[in-house]
Design a protein around this ligand. Structure first.
Ligand code: SAM
Length: 377
């Protein structure tokens, strides 16, 4: 893989969290950033694409644009796809799949477009095609311009490779990381999640504090591309993190009234290698107290309205959560992710203005956050 080529790299994220991802990319030193709808673009060689996969906590996947040509009709698409230098990117022994989309173009049939490009790859390069292929080529035909990208991630990046056990409504790691960032969390303060479920917020916060790279334990699609430089990749993985970690002291606390969730969180934390930084306890919100030491951030996504449980109980639960935080967490910032403004309101917490809602498992959720809470009246 020649790393002198400069590509357009598009980092996909959860819609609504683009500016948070952009801030993360800026802090990580990515160049030429432009936030769009559903992602952020940057420029760089293969190393930057690898680094985006390895280091960005808020990235869902990383697409590398490998070429573009005009295609006014299917015969032209066929001809130009056949002339494309596929061997520069794809291996003949690794199956490929093509996904196409068409907007504002004379070619309007995405299935036919995908079929032409697929045929070009099989007949000109000799690569196999498979529905479950590790490599996905994305063809986007917009305004008669066909842009070809490779999905360099493979499995979506919220799958860090540490969480085997999940509870009913787990938060995606990528979203948890960006919500933590939106709360101004920088790895230096303690974090508490009193309804921790599978432990996502607590483990993500502990990993950030430890300076661990989120992609350290998993494989990526780019490892199966033509000319992949395994030695350079190993060197990148072993390089020091952009932000150095802090020494381990227990500063990340999760609790849940479900004993199974607590066990799950402990196991997930051990797999992620942060068990010496986290503490999980089995108790309900009513028994929650602030940990000793300096204040930090309480972040929690309680059960959502319309998803788990019944409405009356939910109002009582949010009310109890708000009361505990107001009475026992003076000096701490509180952040609640929920889908119903009325549920946030019932906490009676002094929320700051909210940012754009975000889709979580098909439900629109909003981050409600406070400044440091005043002493209890
Ligand atoms: C939406 S899930 C949280 C998911 C979590 N953020 C994750 O990523 O896995 C809500 C959690 O709240 C817990 N819960 C509900 N009522 C509670 C209460 N009164 N006290 C403590 N935990 C409670 C549930 O057991 C469940 O694990």
């Amino acid at each position: 893989m020649d790393d002198t080529t400069d590509f357009d790299i598009y980092v996909v994220t959860t819609p609504g969290l683009e500016s948070a991802l952009c801030a993360e990319m800026q802090a990580a030193g990515f160049a030429g950033l432009q936030a769009g709808k559903g992602g952020v673009s940057t420029r760089g060689g293969w190393r930057e694409a690898w680094r985006a996969n390895l280091e960005l906590r808020g990235a869902t996947r990383v697409l590398v644009r490998i070429g573009a040509f005009r295609a006014l009709h299917l015969a032209q698409l066929d001809k130009r796809a056949r002339r494309f230098p596929w061997a520069d990117f794809l291996r003949t022994d690794v199956p490929v799949r093509v996904e196409a989309s068409c907007t504002k173009s004379r070619i309007y049939h995405a299935g036919a477009a995908a079929e032409r490009i697929t045929r070009a790859i099989t007949e000109e390069l000799g690569a196999a095609i498979a529905d479950d292929a590790d490599i996905v080529i994305k063809a986007r035909i917009d305004d008669d311009l066909c842009t070809l990208s490779i999905d360099t991630s493979g499995e979506a990046l919220h799958k860090r490779g540490h969480k085997e056990a999940v509870n009913k409504a787990p938060m995606r790691e990528t979203m948890a990381a960006l919500f933590l960032r939106q709360c101004g969390y920088d790895g230096q303060e303690p974090v508490v999640d009193p309804m921790c479920g599978s432990g996502t917020f607590v483990i993500e916060a502990a990993e950030i504090a430890a300076g661990l790279k989120p992609g350290r334990s998993r494989a990526f699609a780019f490892e199966k591309l033509a000319g992949f430089d395994a030695a350079a990749w190993s060197a990148l993985k072993a390089s020091p993190p952009a932000v150095a970690g802090t020494p381990p002291t227990v500063r990340f606390h999760g609790s849940d009234r479900d004993a199974g969730a607590v066990k799950m969180s402990q196991e997930n934390a051990a797999r992620a290698g942060v068990e010496d930084r986290v503490q999980f306890r089995h108790h309900a919100i009513s028994d929650l107290t602030a940990p000793d030491g300096p204040p930090g951030l309480v972040i929690v996504n309680p059960p959502y309205g319309g998803r788990i449980g019944d409405t009356k109980q939910l109002y009582a639960l949010y009310g109890a959560l708000g009361k505990v935080l107001r009475e026992r967490f003076a000096g701490w910032r509180a952040a609640i992710i929920t889908n119903e403004p009325a549920l946030a309101k019932v906490t009676d917490l002094p929320f700051l203005p909210t940012t754009a809602p975000v889709l979580h498992g098909g439900i629109k959720v909003t981050l409600y956050q406070t400044a440091p809470l005043p002493p209890a009246a």
